[in-house]
Design a protein around this ligand. Sequence first.
Ligand code: UVW
Length: 342
Amino acid sequence: MAQQRWRNRPDHSNWGDFGPDDEVGRLNLITDERRLAAVAEVRVGKAFCLSLPLDLPGGNRLVPHRLPPKRGIAARGAEGRPTVHFPMETIDPRWIDISCDDHVTLYTQYSTQWDALSHMGRRFDADGDGVEETVYYNGFRAGSDVIGPQDGPEPGARRLGIDKMAETCVQGRGVLVDLFHHYGPERRLVGYDDLMRAMEADGVPVESGDMLCLHTGYGQALIDQGGDPSQEMLHNSHAALDGYDRRLLQWIEDSGIAVLIADNFAVEGHPYPARTETGRHPALPLHQTCLFQLGIHLGEIWYLTELARWLRANDRWRFLLTAPPLRLPGSFGSPATPVATV
Ligand code: UVW
């Protein structure tokens, strides 16, 4: 049995509930039985791609340090010949096989993506010595578990990496709440009351272990903006959760959802309008609740509009969701090409 690595557990957290060494949080709730129940949601066999093209949003106005994918052609042989229409070595000279290979620099959180649990931590006195240290979900530590360039070679997540998420396969029952239908394309911070109103109006059931998807229409707007999105669209349109609504955070804690997904930028309304809170409070309260406290992975900038339209037309809200990230050792996030099957 591993040693518990913390003495103080953050309020409203589940650290330790899935074991002292747990690195996948609420994904533990997607059991074989729940996956079977998810498969039972497949009734007509139709599938939906829930990823945007990974070169959207376009440019870097959304987050300046996240750049679009940069592709190149793999060089081959001593002369570094480009591997496009490349004639392979041949056994039968009457038949020439031709090959193409490329490479890519990908900012893992540029487009449709998952946040790993190592994506966000905080300064917190987990070891109870009266001094705050940088820690992540389940008490994993900066410097030994999550490594920066200042800590040693090979920076990245030795623990809580996106590869740990991939190993669970990330397949279960998806449930969609259609915020766009109820609240339209205007910017709106959706708190507990708004979320419950939308769910009740459509009769959306959410159960423990479900993968909750919020359709806001933001992903469709990115497509409509054609790779050159306006500041207004990027930062002041469509619904986003109000992470400062304590009742909403409590519902996320109590509902047992396994992961939380949206087709908007950050699931929550980051950057928030100026606030009046006094005292200490996080910049990204929903990220803190999900990634740091409860081990709930966040899916962001997905494409949910076609699926939402189909579900509404067919009076259904549940589906089989298959959404593994790349099994990329040590990464803080990953692009994804999720598939919904109905
Ligand atoms: C923000 O940048 C606000 O969110 P994320 O890092 O999860 O994309």
